[in-house]
Write a protein that binds this ligand. Structure first.
Ligand code: PLP
Length: 474
């Protein structure tokens, strides 16, 4: 298998398999119905002593692995947030894997660094972010948010925590809404700030952070000798895509000199559409912002766009140059390993470049608008049905709803009913939806953000929801 000719033969077969997979993707059960341990049980206890043929390996891939795969690229995938992909992105991933370049420093592959600089400038323009922001690609939003909180910690301690640890520091405080993503809590724990020092701020009736409560919490903390370090504002919360009032939060952060990080992991892609720019009013006062092209911009997982207003603070937080990483290249090039946690870096800019060029900005906007239109239609079907109700405002393409037939008003009963409905729906293999709880109410979540989703997929899903709910209620 090590000769380029045998690789060519096998790769052609694989490409054919992939094209067939995408042709037939709707035939697969969207959510794997694999039982825990069933894949593991089929893998031999010991690795093979000698080589096995690609035919044998591939046949096991089909037999053992495929049944344990949930099909995130299926248009029946409405769960979580999508990790959507596209053919240009896939092709770029082939190339990046083929080159196998490790892009930790400018010198280790100048094109990777310079393309990353260029596509991050493109993304900044495409989303209307301020000119003075600089971007870097991280693996995930969780990592980007961790970078933000570590940078905030270092800025406020004048880099003393990096040097001496937390021992002489006042107790630090971080703030986010009670609907903010769990990655904020993870980051606070990793940063040594402590989970107890993450203040979850209460919400208004649209699940947005209440700025009056934020300011009260900051005020109280300062009076008690605690040190406010960072506020994380969410543009598009995971539960319901609520949009925190950035403009007002930014004013509070400026007033108290607190780092403002904006988590727009999913909904940031909507900034490609001018009609959504209202949500970044105040962004020029933010210190950092993240959104994930790997969620809703047709770019294979993983690809997280992290923007900062002051790259020097980011670099000073992470920069390390041991002898074996010194180069003779002058300082004005970017060594992106100093812009984040990991040293080794994949060549992720390539897939963004392929995607943006292949769709064009207009093509990307059209696809986003199509997804928004499908969600708007789904919302109307739900609103117009007497047995269903919408549970949160639909700002983008996530619809939160539940079955709520007349006569059933007990919250536990409703929650059980909807949990049962979710299970039955996902067991059909025809779609995959997920859930959250909003104000204690079990809510079904459907996101119409899969690259290939069309109106008829949403309609089929809605028909199935009606069929299954009727069966449950009868
Ligand atoms: C608002 C928000 N922030 C952060 C994340 C974490 O994203 P990642 O998987 O890229 O770490 C998610 C994931 O869904 C999210 O919805």
């Amino acid at each position: 298998m090590e000769s380029p000719d045998s690789f060519r033969r096998e790769a052609h077969k694989l490409v054919d398999w992939i094209a067939d997979y995408y042709n037939d993707i709707e035939k697969y059960p969207v959510k794997s119905n694999s039982r825990p341990g069933s894949v593991f049980a089929q893998i031999p206890e010991d690795p093979p002593a000698g080589p096995e043929s690609m035919n044998e390996i591939f046949s096991d891939f089909e037999k053992i692995i495929m049944p344990g795969i949930s099909h995130w690229q299926s248009p029946g995938f409405f769960a979580y947030f999508p990790a959507n992909s596209s053919f240009p992105s896939l092709l770029a991933e082939f190339l990046s894997t083929a080159l196998g370049a490790q892009c930790m420093k400018w010198e280790t592959s100048p094109a990777a660094t310079e393309l990353e600089e260029a596509v991050m400038i493109w993304l900044k323009k495409m989303t209307g972010l301020p000119d003075d922001f600089e971007g870097v690609i991280q693996d995930t939003a969780s990592t980007s948010t961790l970078c933000a909180i570590l940078s905030a910690r270092e800025r406020i301690s004048s880099f003393n925590v990096n040097n001496h640890g937390m021992k002489d520091q006042p107790v630090m405080r971080v703030y986010c809404s009670s609907e903010a993503h769990s990655s904020v809590e993870k980051a606070v724990k990793i940063a040594g700030i402590g989970k107890e020092n993450l203040q979850r701020i209460g919400l208004d009736n649209e699940f947005r952070m209440r700025v009056d409560l934020l300011e009260e919490a900051i005020h109280r903390d300062i009076s008690n000798g605690l040190l406010p370090v960072c506020v994380v504002a969410a543009l598009g919360t995971t539960g319901s895509t609520a949009i925190d009032p950035l403009h007002e939060i930014a004013d509070v952060c400026s007033k108290y000199g607190i780092w403002l990080h904006v988590d727009a992991a999913f909904a940031g892609s909507a900034l490609l559409l001018p009609e959504f720019r209202f949500m970044i009013k105040g962004i020029e006062k933010a210190d950092s912002m993240v959104f994930n092209p790997h969620k809703w911009l047709f770019t294979n997982f993983d690809c997280s766009a992290y923007f900062v207003r002051d790259s020097e603070t980011l670099i000073n937080t992470f920069k390390l140059i041991p002898e074996y990483l010194k180069t003779q290249i002058p300082d004005h090039v970017n060594d992106y390993s100093n812009w984040g946690i990991q040293l080794g870096r994949r060549f992720r800019a390539l897939k963004l470049w392929f995607v943006i060029r292949s769709f064009g900005v207009n093509g990307l906007q059209d696809l986003l608008r199509k997804h928004l239109a499908i969600a708007a239609e789904l919302k109307t079907w739900i609103e117009n049905h007497p047995d269903f109700e919408i549970l949160a405002p639909v700002h983008f393409n996530l619809v939160c709803f539940r079955l709520h037939p007349a006569g059933i008003d007990n919250i536990d009963e409703l929650n059980n009913l909807n949990e049962k409905l979710l299970l039955e729906l996902n067991n059909t293999g025809k779609l995959y939806i997920s859930h959250t709880k909003l104000n204690g109410n079990y809510s079904l979540r459907m996101v119409t953000g899969q690259t290939r989703v069309e109106m008829h997929h949403a309609k089929n899903a809605w028909d199935l929801i009606l069929e299954k709910s009727k069966a449950i209620l009868s």
